[in-house]
Design a protein around this ligand. Structure first.
Ligand code: CA
Length: 231
């Protein structure tokens, strides 16, 4: 899941981004409305967390502009305390939900999950089962045959993205867009390296990998056990 975080206050932006990354979201951070619109136009985000009070263009104008362009990306707006007008204006501008500052980080996570769930794209159910794997999408933990796997936030995010599209080939560009942030270097092999690490953690000894490689196409998580070739 890839999030665009639009917040001009550096410390707040840093704290939120850190917290979201620990929850295994990929996060791009921008500090003004113009940068927000640019990023939203080039990347298919899973959600946007949008502060209302921003330089250049405020969050309301940004949200209206995004909706005018036909995008249905879930938008969670951050509004000033007790500013009822601002909340109403936020929803009128096309935001899916709002959160009043200051807020509890746990509530932000819950509302973020809710707006993503209500969005049109495929969303992880609370528990996903793919072959011997079981993913708890709330706790962001994965088990194989009941055994808890020690995955990093990025490895979990990659596994969840593959699990959402189990038995379908997922291309590197798609993985980069939803699991990595704008720091991703398309010339690097970080995705392949992460897949290798994930395989070592999820695959059974002496058994074919659950993650198949489709040369030149991408990767596929197999729901049926066995039969995956890892050329
Ligand atoms: Ca602000």
């Amino acid at each position: 899941m890839r999030i665009l975080l639009v917040e001009d206050e550096p410390r707040a932006a840093q704290m939120l981004a850190k917290g979201l990354r620990e929850e295994s979201y990929a996060v791009d951070v921008v500090a003004d409305g113009e940068a927000a619109l640019y990023h939203a136009s080039i990347t298919d985000y899973d959600a946007i967390v949008l502060d209302v009070l921003l330089p250049i263009q405020n969050g309301l104008a940004v949200c209206r502009e995004i909706r005018k362009g036909g995008s249905a990306v879930p938008v969670l707006m951050l509004t000033a305390r007790d500013a009822v007008d601002s909340r109403i204006a936020g929803l009128d501008s096309g935001a899916d939900d709002y959160l009043t500052k200051p807020f509890d980080f746990g509530e932000l996570l819950a509302r973020l999950r809710a707006v993503i769930r209500r969005g049109a794209r495929p969303v992880a159910p609370a528990v996903m089962t793919v072959g011997p794997l079981e993913l708890d999408t709330r706790a962001r933990q994965a088990r194989r045959s009941g055994r808890l796997l020690a995955l990093t936030a990025r490895e979990y995010a990659l596994l969840e993205h593959l699990a959402l599209h189990a038995n379908a080939v997922v291309g590197r560009a798609d993985i980069a867009e939803h699991v990595w942030d704008s720091q991703y270097d398309p010339m690097s092999n970080v995705i392949d390296v992460c897949v290798q690490r994930l395989r070592r953690k999820i695959d059974g000894v002496g058994q074919p990998s659950l993650i198949a490689t489709r040369r030149g196409e991408g990767y596929m998580l197999m729901a049926a056990s066995g039969g995956a070739s890892t050329s």
